[in-house]
Design a protein around this ligand. Structure first.
Ligand code: ARG
Ligand code: ZN
Length: 420
């Protein structure tokens, strides 16, 4: 009877939260191919509008833009694309259908107690770390800080008695990029298993490096993207004086803050926050890095999507002093992705040059302020084109093991290459 009552309660109260769920009925993901300077200029102007939701945009050749449009916006912009002769194709006709299908298949996998290779919830990821810390001598955990909604930002630390230098890997700074927390979890699991089974590379790396992993840097946003709005990007702290919630944590870091590619509008997905380092998550991360100042050899932050291994900077197209060396090591990382999985479509370079300018990013801060030379941001599956590109941020869960394995391969190969 208790069970029945519980089911009834979940049904009655659950439906209230269900009603709040943001729907994307007939939202279209459109691939634009601007051909002329005018096309490029038009896209930059439209990009300023919230109704024109650019998912990715390749800047190198200006030849490829993914944009999500509501059915109303689609009616309007498809006319404009036609008038201005901008070639376009529809990658996905109904985003909601895509989400519904994914939710159904995730409901099936959720019964499994093993979260490796799936889109686990925040509390499941916490338990995964706690459990490893309790059972594996390689793993300990720490808390970098708390979020606005009071969640812990947990760090999993994988180390041996001989480790000397530190590596930071984080995931989930952007809420909707679910493939990244799944990849951090996969990484922790595989590194521990490889070490335990005597794998030579895992033994060598953990003999020297201690690896700190934050699987969900933005837990409030991550949970909200599961419970309410699938495409949520920012954190969840309300903005005084505005009805819009959240700051883009990857525009909030205190290095060249608000110098381009970010917004002062709290309603924008690229809102930089009221001031540099204003957000608890940003501050928690910076404090954690500062606590071990001078001990870090590399910082890798995982995003999706596009299949890019980005060097700094994000805030300017001027290349960092170490660019040649950083890019060469990024290429070795990509060779590792190829060796362990599917490296097809991966390229490296500075994010501002390849993608777009965005200031206040975490890897600019670790490079420019914390002095961590090997600072990178990786954009995981899918690519901007080719297989699965039409899923964008909402890559189906069954791709998570592949993303996990190839990214693991890329990172361990990269780490071996920078290890003295
Ligand atoms: N796609 C991510 C973003 O828009 C990372 C881009 C590269 N990094 C940067 N700091 N702009 O935030
Ligand atoms: Zn991102």
């Amino acid at each position: 009877n208790f069970k029945i009552a519980l089911c009834l309660a979940v049904f009655l109260f659950g439906s209230a939260t269900l009603a709040e769920k943001t729907r994307y009925d007939n939202y279209k993901l459109v691939h634009l191919t601007p051909k002329t300077p005018l096309h490029v200029q038009l896209v930059s102007e439209w990009e300023e509008k919230t109704e024109f939701d650019v998912w990715t945009r390749v800047k190198t050749t200006e030849e490829s833009v993914h944009v999500l449009l509501s059915p109303e916006a689609y009616v309007k912009y498809s006319v404009l694309f036609t008038i201005f002769k901008i070639p376009f194709e529809i990658l996905e006709n109904n985003m909601q259908k895509n989400f519904d299908e994914q939710e159904r298949s995730m409901a099936l996998s959720r019964n499994s107690r093993n979260i490796v290779g799936r889109y686990a919830r925040y509390t499941e990821i916490q338990s995964f770390i706690d459990n490893l810390a309790a059972t594996s001598p390689l793993v300990t955990s720490d808390i970098a800080g708390k979020t606005y909604e009071g969640r812990n930002i947990k760090v999993a630390i994988i180390k041996t008695a001989t480790s000397q230098r530190k590596i930071m890997l984080d995931c989930g700074i952007h809420a909707r990029e679910w493939i990244t927390p799944a990849t951090c979890v996969y990484f922790i699991d595989k590194l521990v298993n490889d070490y335990n089974s005597g794998n030579a590379l895992a033994r060598e790396l953990l003999g020297y490096y201690e690896i700190h992993v934050i699987p969900v840097l933005n837990p409030d946003g991550y949970e909200y993207s599961h419970t309410n709005t699938r495409l949520w990007r920012k954190n969840r702290r309300p903005n005084p004086g505005s009805s819009c919630i959240g700051t883009d944590l990857n525009r909030n870091f205190g290095f060249k803050w608000l110098t381009g590619g970010s917004s002062t509008d709290p309603c924008s997905d690229g809102y930089a926050g009221p001031s540099a380092d204003s957000e608890l998550e940003t501050k928690a991360f910076e404090n954690y890095i500062n606590k071990y100042s001078g001990q870090w050899d590399s910082y890798l932050t995982l995003h999706s999507y596009g299949k890019w291994w980005f060097t700094p900077y994000g805030y300017t197209t001027t290349l960092p002093a170490d660019f040649t060396e950083l890019n060469a090591k990024a290429q070795i990382g990509i060779s590792g992705i190829k060796a362990y999985g599917d490296g097809n479509g991966w390229t490296s370079g500075s994010s501002a040059r390849i993608l777009y300018i965005g200031s206040g990013g975490s890897e600019d801060w670790t490079y420019g302020v914390a002095g961590i030379k090997y600072s990178y941001s990786l954009e995981l599956r899918p690519g901007q084109s080719g297989i699965d590109a039409s899923y964008g941020f909402t890559l189906p869960e069954d791709r998570a093991p592949k993303a996990g394995l190839e990214t693991y391969g890329g990172i361990v190969t990269f780490l071996k290459a920078i290890k003295p």
